[in-house]
Design a binder for this molecule. Structure first.
Ligand SMILES: Cc1ncc(COP(=O)(O)O)c(C=O)c1O
Length: 352
């Protein structure tokens, strides 16, 4: 892999204590092109703006998918990734649905390891500190023609993030808008899925809700996902979450939560969940916890649920499942505990 280093690092200009999520980027980026039917020229270059033709396919038809993952540093200075092969598998699953050519696993893993080794100083140790890693692929054929592009670019960029308290999360159950429909692209991390969620989320914000719980497109009865997280409900001592259908993203945190909860002896039900049963559980006092699960905050407890003009407040629990499960996952991520699952992968340089 070719490596062109930045002449001067920007790291000393950065205040790591005041970072806003996803606004500061490291010194380098990993880039690879798809031309004439193959991925060529994987390389690391200084972080820089892209040049593309105004007719580039992605700007008109949205042919783009992405991933989100994190690198963590332990107190000894080693850097770690959490289930990175799963991100690779998922970007390819997303790509297939968007008619984007799959990206080779060796290129993905080598690019990631090399980039993170070069920019390792940007990963800070300490609770909550991490480096958010954003792989993405987009169509860059220069042509306003509504067909799959014949050229693509795969890129990885990285952004240091600090521990942040996301505040109280109040969520609104969507009664009209949909994020995904059966047969569509909801299971893919397609850029357009997020674009389509911003307007309904803006409306929810005006009502005092930070996120939407998306429901199924045909009946708006089944609870699917919450913002950019999968969602879990604790009814009495059972944890319930929806199965990953073609409308739900197969979250890596979600499947880690399920595994850890089961191994901790918690009863987990993976089945369709209706808004009616959750409101009924709230009314009879059996709804103990609701939380979202995703890479950004691992687990985010939900404070209240809005539905049909009512706001249902969820009382805080001592020894919540959310806290117990989060701690176990975070300890694996930061190399603070054993990892019986083999989820943690050390960042190892390929050529540098
Ligand atoms: C729509 C959606 N659902 C769920 C998730 C959680 O997935 P993961 O745990 O892999 O971050 C994300 C974030 O990636 C997301 O964007």
């Amino acid at each position: 892999m070719k490596v062109k280093r930045a002449e001067k690092s920007r790291i000393h200009d950065i205040n790591f204590d005041t970072l806003s999520f996803g606004e500061v980027f490291t010194d380098h980026m990993y880039v690879c092109d798809y031309v004439d039917g193959e991925w060529i020229d994987p390389r690391i270059i200084p972080y820089q703006p892209l040049q593309m033709d105004p007719s580039a396919s992605v700007l008109h038809y949205g042919q783009a998918v992405f991933e989100g993952m994190k690198a963590y540093k332990d107190e000894q200075g080693s850097a770690w990734l959490f289930r990175p092969e799963d991100n690779h598998a998922r970007i390819n699953k997303s790509s297939v649905r968007l008619a984007i050519p799959e990206f080779p696993k060796a290129y993905f893993m080598d690019g990631l390891n090399e980039l993170l080794t070069i920019d390792k100083d940007w990963i800070r140790s300490g609770e909550g500190n991490s480096l958010y890693v954003r792989p993405f692929v987009f169509a860059n054929q220069a042509a306003v023609s509504a067909t799959a592009s014949n050229r693509y670019q795969f890129i990885i960029i990285c952004s240091p993030v600090k521990s942040y308290y996301s505040g109280e999360v109040n969520v609104l159950v969507s009664e009209n808008y949909s994020r995904a429909a059966s047969g569509g692209v909801g299971f893919a991390k397609a850029a357009g899925n997020y674009a389509a969620s911003f307007y309904p989320t803006q409306l929810a914000l005006k009502e005092g809700y930070q996120q939407i719980i998306w429901t199924d497109a045909s009946t708006h009865q089944y609870l699917e996902e919450c913002g950019t997280m999968n969602v879990f409900f604790r009814v009495n001592d059972t944890l319930i979450t929806a199965p990953t259908t073609d409308t739900i993203l197969d979250g890596i945190t979600r499947k880690s939560v399920i595994q850890i909860a089961q191994d901790a002896g918690i009863n987990v039900e993976v089945r369709p969940v209706t808004v009616t049963e959750i409101i009924a559980a709230h009314k009879n006092g059996s709804l103990k916890e609701v939380f979202g699960a995703g890479t950004a905050v691992v687990i985010s407890p939900i404070n209240s649920i809005g539905y049909k003009g009512e706001n249902y407040l969820i009382e805080k629990q001592d020894h919540s499942f959310a806290t117990i499960i989060k701690e176990k996952i975070v300890n694996i991520q930061y190399n603070l505990s054993e990892d019986p699952y083999g989820w943690r992968k050390e960042v190892v340089a390929v050529t540098v």
